[in-house]
Design a protein around this ligand. Structure first.
Ligand code: SF4
Length: 192
């Protein structure tokens, strides 16, 4: 499996914000979003057992498989290995590819409004939907049924623009109470 990095931090976004978590970033993505701020191209080949052993070195029980797009590589056998070590396995996906059935927590962050048809979601059920709002494209759940819906301001790298987008997100949530605000709290804290 092509692994970009494994690190221990707090989940910064969405429903599980603030939880101790080990992040497994798998390399590669099938989309090219204009605002992508993740360098997921470099990788080290790791066997599933090696990944599970590395994760087990940390005290967190929550494992977040992210990317890139983790569905390109994720297997049910890796999840079984993580479960065997008493981990809860969460996956953050753009929703364009099916996931193994044994994932415990699915976060879909749809990108079809940014990249068009190739970003169309095939996943229709998730635990949470997290939409990145860039101040231009409308906020949409893309027809995904979920327990929680989050809108998260896009980090444009421009302080004034970010402030404007955040204010629009606040107004959106005030008017659309199905949605909650998600912030990239790891960035606010200056942690990974
Ligand atoms: S889906 Fe995520 S990782 Fe892939 S290009 Fe878009 S923002 Fe980057």
């Amino acid at each position: 499996m092509k692994v970009n990095e494994i690190f221990h931090s707090l989940q910064g976004e969405g429903y599980n914000t603030g939880k101790s978590a080990v992040f497994v970033r798998l390399a590669g993505c099938n989309l090219q979003c204009p605002f992508c701020d993740t360098d997921h191209t470099a990788f080290e080949e790791m066997a599933e057992e090696q990944i599970a052993d590395t994760v087990a070195q940390y005290p967190a029980s929550l494992v977040v498989i992210t990317g890139g797009e983790p569905a390109l590589q994720l297997t049910s056998s890796l999840i079984d290995r993580l479960h065997a070590k008493r981990n809860t396995v969460a996956v953050e996906t753009n929703g364009t590819l099916p996931l193994p059935q044994n994932v415990d927590w699915i976060t879909v962050s749809p990108k079809q409004d940014f990249v068009g048809e190739e970003g169309k979601c095939v996943i229709t059920r998730a635990n949470e939907v997290k939409v990145i709002f860039d101040g231009e494209h409308p906020v949409s759940d893309c027809g995904i049924t979920a327990e929680h819906y989050f809108v998260q301001p896009c980090d444009t790298g421009n302080t004034r623009k970010n402030r404007k987008i955040s204010n629009l997100c606040v107004e959106f949530v005030k008017q659309n109470p199905k949605w909650r605000l998600s912030l990239q709290t790891h960035k606010l804290l200056g942690i990974r």
